[in-house]
Design a protein around this ligand. Structure first.
Ligand code: CA
Length: 231
């Protein structure tokens, strides 16, 4: 394939970088691997990848700083590798905008599935996005063509995943989704993603679209079940 997708891997553990590169190359992707954050910035600046796989703990520039740096420049999907489950909470607290988290140790095959799911989503956006109409609610407009959300007449910045989740829920108003269902529908059913990631995205979205995030009127919690969008 001449137009293979480019993936940038940022991982200082050579054995992991090697195995992940091997699996992704076999899966048909163009892969570049770098071992620290500084090199990742240079690599990203020289040729923008379609997706970044990023280890949280890196020498020189750490994964969180690098994520912020990437987010300032691009909405490239980021899959973060973390060593322990608890780090998910730390990341969540820092609200730093990765799309997915994969917890070590992971199977390379599972990571490849995650990457494929993200690429399918990108492909759908590029191929079929033009047919989707904007969704309008009082004080909230969701435009899937430009992937722009306007809240009370102001454009609100969102990560790719935040947008997908809001757009998905707004397309199914008043329907209750469990966190697992949202993982399945918005994240593509990744086994290695903690359902807590959904909670984090709901909280971030509330901060962005609700007048009072502590008293949400759009993204409602259905206690003991999940979440629903109130039109
Ligand atoms: Ca590391």
């Amino acid at each position: 394939m001449t137009n293979a997708r480019e993936i940038l891997i940022v991982e200082d553990e050579a054995s992991i970088a090697e195995v992940v590169s091997l699996y992704l190359t076999r899966a048909g992707f163009n892969v570049r691997a770098v071992s620290d954050g500084k090199r990742a910035m240079d690599a990203f600046a020289s040729a923008q990848p379609d997706l970044v796989i990023l280890d949280l703990m890196l020498p020189e520039v750490d994964g969180l700083t690098l994520t912020r740096w990437l987010r300032d420049r691009s909405d490239v999907p980021i899959i973060m590798l973390t060593a322990r489950r608890e780090e998910i909470d730390r990341i969540a607290g820092l609200e730093m905008g990765a799309d997915d988290y994969v917890v070590k140790p992971f199977s390379p095959q599972e990571l490849v599935s995650r990457v494929r799911a993200v690429m399918r989503r990108l492909g759908r956006e590029q191929d079929g996005g033009g047919n989707e109409r904007s969704l309008s609610f009082e004080g909230l407009i969701i435009d899937p063509r430009g992937r722009v959300v306007t809240v009370r007449e102001k454009i609100v910045e969102m990560t790719a995943r935040e947008f997908d989740m809001l757009h998905f829920m707004a397309r199914h108003p008043k329907q209750v989704f469990t966190r697992e269902q949202l993982l399945e529908r918005v994240w593509g059913g990744a086994l290695y993603i903690d359902p807590g990631t959904v909670t984090v995205h709901v909280r971030r979205l509330r901060e962005k679209i609700e007048e009072d995030p502590s008293k949400p009127k759009r993204l409602l919690t259905v206690w003991g079940v999940g979440y629903k969008f109130e039109p």
